[in-house]
Ligand binder design. Structure first.
Ligand code: FE2
Length: 118
């Protein structure tokens, strides 16, 4: 079982139901690889997407939206394949996941990661 202690869990039942929805995604090899990609806020892409998924799930419950769709959408909203920022953890990945780096100082705003990824 993944360590999800970084989540703020106010309602254990909501957490359990959310986990049932996203568990197959969390366990996938492709999603596990996202732990090696740095995203922002000093966290991995994996952490970011899990946090967004849980927040969206709880918002869906609050606003009577489709909570399953929101949980999955949150999990996949930044599901890009190639790292855009170098970290030593990337050395564990095959070369094809490391071909997309940008130089933030030389890149125009519209070409930056936030504008170009899914
Ligand atoms: Fe995001």
């Amino acid at each position: 079982m993944e360590d999800l202690s970084f989540l703020t869990i106010k309602n254990k039942r909501n957490f359990t139901n959310w986990l049932k929805i996203i568990k197959p995604f969390l366990e996938s090899k492709e999603f596990q690889r996202k732990k090696l990609l740095f995203h922002h806020e000093n966290q991995s892409l994996w952490h970011h997407c899990v946090k967004v998924s849980f927040m969206e799930y709880e918002l869906a419950l609050k606003y009577h939206a489709d909570e399953k769709t929101c949980a999955i959408a949150g999990l996949l909203h930044d599901f890009y394949e190639k790292a855009w920022y170098y970290t030593p953890k990337l050395e564990k990945l095959p070369k094809r996941f490391k071909e997309n780096f940008i130089n933030p100082k030389k890149t125009q705003l519209t070409q930056k990661h936030a504008f170009s990824h899914p």
